[in-house]
Design a protein around this ligand. Structure first.
Ligand code: CA
Length: 227
């Protein structure tokens, strides 16, 4: 899962980023409404955490612009102003959940899981392809016939999740870099190759029927080998 956090309070932003990363969630931070809106409009995020009081463009305006642009991304709004009026305004404007500050980090994670599950194009249950299952909770690959499993690192998990959500489709290298490393990363194409080789080894270890096929000069696809 890849999340955009739009929050101008640096300390709070850093704290939220840290917690999300510990949950295997990839997070990008934006610190004002304009930057946040630009990032959000790229459409690469599975959810957005949006503060209301922001410099340049407030959270309600960001929310409205996103919905007017046809974005259906789940949005969790944060605000110090916990009045009912604001809460209703947020919901009417198309936010999925409204979390008043201060909040517990556990609460934030729980809300995020709920809104992304509700809106996910592919339900969590569907992260199964062929004989192989990708478990979100333990970030592991499981052979559902034999029960053999192996742990995945954060990047391996992100990469495998992308493949499992788009089985049999060729994913371009640029698309993979954007999803796993983000726009501002200095990941090179050979980083992809390194992680693909890790995943291939892990798929082989659990004796999965899935194979990651390379299409020269274009990208990779997750295929099922039927014997
Ligand atoms: Ca703020």
């Amino acid at each position: 899962m890849r999340v955009l956090l739009i929050e101008d309070e640096k300390a709070l932003s850093a704290a939220i980023c840290k917690v999300l990363k510990s949950e295997q969630i990839v997070v990008d931070a934006a610190f004002d409404g304009e930057e946040g809106l630009d990032d959000a409009l790229t459409g690469i995020y599975d959810a957005i955490i949006l503060d209301v009081m922001l410099p340049k463009l407030d959270g309600f305006s960001v929310l409205r612009e996103l919905r007017e642009n046809g974005s259906a991304v789940p949005i969790l709004m944060l605000t110090a102003r916990a009045e009912l009026e604001d809460r209703l305004r947020g919901l009417r404007g198309g936010a999925d959940y409204y979390l008043p500050k201060p909040f517990q980090m556990e609460e934030l994670i729980a809300c995020l899981r709920v809104i992304t599950r509700r809106k996910a194009e592919t339900p969590v249950m569907a992260l199964q392809f062929g004989d192989t299952e990708l478990s979100e909770s333990g970030a592991s690959l499981i052979n559902s016939k034999t029960g053999t499993s192996i742990k995945l690192g954060a990047k391996e998990y992100q990469l495998m999740e992308l493949f499992m959500r788009h089985p049999r489709q060729i994913l371009k290298r640029e698309q993979i870099i954007e999803h796993v490393w983000g726009f501002e990363s200095d990941a090179e194409y050979n980083s992809i190759e390194v992680y693909i080789s890790f995943l291939r080894k892990k798929l082989a270890f659990i004796e999965s029927s899935l194979k990651i096929r390379a299409t020269r000069g274009i990208g990779y696809s997750l295929e099922e080998e039927v014997c």
